[in-house]
Design a protein around this ligand. Sequence first.
Ligand SMILES: *Cc1c(COP(=O)(O)O)cnc(C)c1O
Length: 421
Amino acid sequence: MDHFLYRDGVLHAEDVPVAEIAAAVGTPFYCYSTATLARHFRLFDEALDGMEHLVCYAMKAASNQAILKTLAALGAGMDVVSGGEYARAKAAGVPGERIVFSGVGKTRDEMRLAIEGGIRQFNVESEPELRALSEVASGLGATVPVTIRVNPDVDAKTHAKIATGKSENKFGIPIARAREVYAEAAALPGLEVIGIDVHIGSQLTDLEPFRLAYRKVAELTETLRADGHDIRRLDLGGGLGIPYTRSNEAPPLPLDYGALIREEVGHLGCEIEIEPGRLVVGNAGILVSRVIYVKEGEGRNFLILDGAMNDLIRPAMYEAHHDIVPINEPDAAVEQAPYDIVGPVCESGDTFAKGRMMPPVAEGDLVAFRSAGAYGAVMASEYNTRPLVPEVLVHGHQFAVIRARPTFDEMINRDTIPEWL
Ligand SMILES: *Cc1c(COP(=O)(O)O)cnc(C)c1O
């Protein structure tokens, strides 16, 4: 459920008509709903009720400071995957002890930044990384909490580009080698091995792969404990999927996911962390765009929008589907027609949908891409020197620009001219 609904025939973001925001901000822009963000975060938090836990929002899904502050105020921790994200989390007021550092290629500089600023734990993904972290931590006279990301060799049954839990993926250490690697970690100075980390992929629409992975983690917990390691924290990753089409069968709910966690690892008495990103913010955001032209082609009609692949790359990159709806509620009885919905960028890849059935839409109309909150704005670029798409946050009757659209001068002035020119 989200808070982008038609009221009196026009799409609202909570209590604000989307057209009102468009008039103030211009198009295209991302628009997030505070109430939806809060609702989704709480669903996860409540799903783990009764177990010691922390929900660490995977901020790579959407990392605007205002979004982070909204979630941090609800008690969220943060899962970061770069020094920049770490700095963003700190800038939003998240204390180090609620920040988890994930990622397959942390640099020594990033490790130093996080150790000096405070960190809940590093999720280490390889033996060379263990050694590097040990060196950096020891050099700073610190001992840092560590979990090791294991690769459980489970098929997440999701898009190949976002599956991470098979043995051919670059992530984590093979679970079969875990004992060896934990033994090495325990012997290294500057590290305190406290738990196990797993993340098998994104946009999972079936709970079964989670069950298989967590069962393996539970077995490994017992094995490692028998080896003498004090395994007391399990980071179970993110990855729960969201419905991208209204017609789709709904993916599993956080509550069922929480029940599964309790079943598979609840008996171990470990503190539980989860790292949801997409489900927290995906349906809490829309991308609003204006129709520039309706072009009649040979055998097909095109809706040419002022939003493009640089603003929302998911369709081009993952063949992702986004529902695209007019801001003015169409009459249910109106006849629909197929359109290819495209942006102005000079690439055929700049296609959001082919043959999409749409109610009649005219030049100048506003449309909204639904479920665009996750991996939308954060993946935007200024390709074709199109200004970085702005972001707006709605809260009840209020809205605020939380990232302004840069002017042409601002974009150009980021370049510098060498003195010989
Ligand atoms: C991307 C990622 C997540 C979040 O995945 P979602 O599908 O957005 O929930 C969590 N943990 C790690 C390590 C990730 O890389």
